[in-house]
Each structure stands twice: as structure tokens, then as C-alpha cells.
Write a protein that binds this ligand. Structure first.
Ligand code: FMN
Length: 190
């Protein structure tokens, strides 16, 4: 267990932020992947993404292809939710917030060199993600230019954090809301 009954709200918040930070740095950390939920035309949709960075402002950075379906949803509605589960410590975190899209701007250009060196293929397919094809190999066609035309950094600006620590019948739950002066927290019935 990461969160104990003796912990004050501030300690709980600190532990959660620390784990979110570790999730972006340690490849094997369970917070390395997160489900991103969006709504499009009143329908929910979720997908796994890589939790790339947890910033000093408690924002989460995610990389994607500007042509993907999630971008249609996001352009119509920036509201999003991120869901994490640390299986070893039985800890669930649910973040809610709004996403800002960074495409061919200072932020996306800052991260592109790192992507270019390793995972650029994910953002330079000739056919846009989600295109219907006759066989899987029809997708294996990439642009020769390693350029950032389709590369997008999503900046999830956290507004609330719902923490659930499972513990055999003595679960602990807390909710934190971001305000102008920092974070306001409260315990909740699990
Ligand atoms: C473990 C895992 C990690 C993934 N990471 C990303 C990611 O960082 N960015 C991304 O755009 N898609 C990622 N995907 C693929 C998405 O889950 C999804 O299939 C794809 O982005 C298309 O989603 P969309 O149609 O909602 O845009 C990942 C999938 C898995 C299983």
C-alpha cells in the first residue's frame, strides 16, 4: 500500500504526484501507460497512451498523430479523463482536466528531436491512422521525410485528482481540486 490511514491529505497528494512523476521516468512503472477517455458526439471513447511527462504544474504530456480519431474528439471537446492503476499497490488515480493541443509550435518542436531518434514511425505513416485497408501490410508504408507534420503533443491540464487506495474493506479515497491558490483536498467515502 502506498497510502495509509495515518497519512494527511497533503502527504497523499505528494505520494500521488511522486508516482505520476516516476511513471514518466521508469519504463516498467505501471503508470507508464494510462487510459485517455474523451467524448465525441456524446459517446465516450478510451484508449491506452504513453504517459510521457508529468510537469511541475501537474500537467500530463501525451504524444499522438494529428490525423488520429482522438483528435477529432479533442478538437470538438477538450474535456478529458486519465485513469491509472498501480496493481502492486492497489492504487487507482483518476484525473480530470482539459487538453491543449500543441502542433508545430514551440512545445511540439521541443519534443520532436527525441521522438525522431526512436519512435518517429508512429507519426509518419503515409495513410492516416484509422484508414480502412485490405490487409495489415498496407499500413506499413512510411514517409521518407522524418518531419513533424503530424506530430502532436497533448498537454492535459489537471483540474482534479480522485485517489482510491484499495485495502481489504478499509479503502481510502480522497479528492483534490486545483484552485487558483493550489490544491484543495477532502477525504471521500470509497
Ligand atoms: C500500450 C499502448 C500504448 C499506446 N500509446 C499510444 C500513444 O502514446 N499515443 C497514441 O496516439 N496512441 C497510443 N496507442 C494506441 C492507441 O491506444 C489507439 O489505438 C490509437 O491511438 C488510435 O486511437 P484513436 O482512434 O482513438 O485516435 C497505444 C496503445 C497501447 C496498447
Amino acid at each position: 500500500m502506498l497510502i495509509e490511514e495515518e497519512h494527511a491529505l497533503d502527504e497523499i497528494k505528494h505520494i500521488c504526484f511522486q508516482e505520476l512523476n516516476r511513471g514518466a521516468k521508469a519504463r516498467k512503472h505501471p503508470f507508464r501507460f494510462v487510459t485517455l477517455a474523451l467524448a465525441y458526439q456524446n459517446k465516450p471513447s478510451s484508449r491506452w497512451v504513453v504517459h510521457r511527462k508529468f510537469t511541475a504544474e501537474q500537467h500530463v504530456l501525451i504524444f499522438t498523430d494529428n490525423r488520429s480519431d482522438k483528435m477529432k474528439a479533442l478538437k470538438a471537446n477538450p474535456e478529458a479523463s486519465l485513469l491509472y492503476y498501480h496493481d502492486r499497490h492497489s492504487l487507482q488515480l483518476r484525473l480530470e482536466g482539459k487538453i491543449t493541443i500543441h502542433h508545430q509550435n514551440e512545445i511540439s518542436r521541443k519534443y520532436w528531436p527525441g521522438v525522431k531518434g526512436s519512435g518517429a514511425k508512429d507519426y509518419i505513416s503515409v495513410l492516416p491512422p484509422g484508414t480502412p485497408i485490405k490487409s495489415p501490410t498496407a499500413a506499413f508504408n512510411w514517409s521518407d521525410d522524418l518531419d513533424d507534420t503530424h506530430f502532436v503533443v497533448l498537454e492535459f491540464k489537471t483540474e482534479s485528482l480522485d485517489v482510491l487506495q484499495l485495502n481489504r474493506g478499509r479503502h481510502i479515497r480522497a479528492l483534490f481540486n486545483k484552485t487558483e491558490n493550489g490544491w484543495e483536498g477532502s477525504f471521500l467515502v470509497p
